[in-house]
Design a protein around this ligand. Structure first.
Ligand SMILES: Nc1ncnc2c1ncn2[C@@H]1O[C@H](COP(=O)(O)OP(=O)(O)O)[C@@H](O)[C@H]1O
Ligand SMILES: [Mg+2]
Length: 314
């Protein structure tokens, strides 16, 4: 079982988009995947079609009331399950304040989830963290073996990365010696801009400085697959679907399929990989129905889209 925390203390960099669509791609590839929504805003839950209404059990019940994960988990697709979040989770920070060992509650719940003698219940656990380094993100880092850092390539992209990496070092030293930073996923990528390429070059050089050092990011890489800016990725959350369910032929689906292949170790890293994961496409019956005319996919230039991305905080 690979347990991956998807973190970046900045909002709007592609954490939720990456968690959900990478999870969906891995599930389509036949892996058993569980998404844990660690963010009180519950964007990953909504994205996976589990709109939180405050009445169903959530991660809050696991962290605060010691409910087992199995009592909270629900299936949201073939091979894909979800530990949902809801707004109650925002109170967990305060409610857990006086609890000894509050950072390792999720790790213990995951360990209890594995029945002794039988194989792990999942091949991949992906934890979508909120934009802070509080007790929820610490629970993810304590439970994870790996860290993936989504990052948007703008001129402040490296700002804050050192703080994030220092946090992983602290967690590795104090509570989780296994923790490793696997890599950075470049999201919202505009291949045409010089800035995006410069940021990737700087990032690669920055990570290369730490090769051989005894830090969790000593072997971290920039994933070869870059997630291009694609309007379908911004649209699909409101339909409660992954990009594979919403727009399987989009560049967003191709990019997350390529990233999944890279994560699976199937293909060599490429910017836009071949779509190796077969995505189910509905084939309309040949007769008795009016032909469906598919609108051509128009990739709008970034400045014309209505994608709202939180501005970077200087
Ligand atoms: N590659 C992309 N192309 C277009 N829009 C994207 C892309 N990645 C993310 N978005 C959009 O950008 C916004 C922020 O992404 P999100 O994954 O929610 O970031 P985070 O979880 O880090 O806050 C969302 O509206 C999302 O739909
Ligand atoms: Mg998010």
């Amino acid at each position: 079982m690979r347990t991956i925390a998807v973190i970046n203390q900045k909002g709007g960099v592609g954490k939720t988009t990456t968690t959900v669509n990478l999870a969906a791609a891995l599930a389509l590839a036949g892996k058993r995947v569980c998404v844990i929504d660690m963010d009180p805003q519950a964007h990953a839950s909504t994205h996976l079609g589990a709109e939180p209404d405050g009445t169903l059990p959530s991660l809050y019940d696991v962290l605060v009331s010691n409910k087992p994960l199995a009592a909270v988990r629900r299936m949201v697709g073939d091979n894909l399950s979800l530990i949902p979040s809801d707004i109650n989770l925002a109170a967990a920070e305060v409610e857990l304040a006086g609890i000894v060992g509050r950072e390792v509650i999720l790790r213990e719940a995951l360990a209890a989830d594995e029945r002794p003698g039988s194989s792990a219940p999942f091949d991949y656990v992906l934890m979508d963290c909120g934009p802070s380094l509080g007790v929820l993100t610490l629970n993810a880092l304590a439970a994870a073996d790996e860290v993936f850092i989504p990052l948007q390539p703008h001129f402040l992209a490296l700002h804050g990365l050192s703080k994030l990496l220092e946090t992983t070092a602290l967690v590795a030293r104090r509570i989780n010696p296994k923790l490793t930073v696997t890599g950075v996923v470049v999201c919202l990528y505009d291949a045409a801009t010089k800035l995006a390429q410069e940021v990737v070059t700087d990032l690669t050089a920055f990570l290369a400085q730490s090769r051989g050092a005894s830090v969790p990011w000593a072997n971290a890489k920039v994933f070869g697959t870059k997630i291009r800016r694609n309007i379908k990725l911004a649209e699909c959350p409101s339909f409660g679907k992954s990009v594979f369910g919403y727009a399987p032929k989009s560049s967003g689906a191709a990019d997350y399929a390529a990233l999944a292949n890279e994560v699976l170790g199937v293909s060599a890293p490429v910017v836009v990989g071949p779509l190796k994961i077969s995505v189910p496409v509905e084939v309309p019956p040949a007769v008795d129905v009016p032909p469906v005319i598919e609108a051509p996919v128009v990739e709008l230039p970034a400045r014309q889209t209505t994608v709202e991305v939180e501005p970077a905080v200087a």
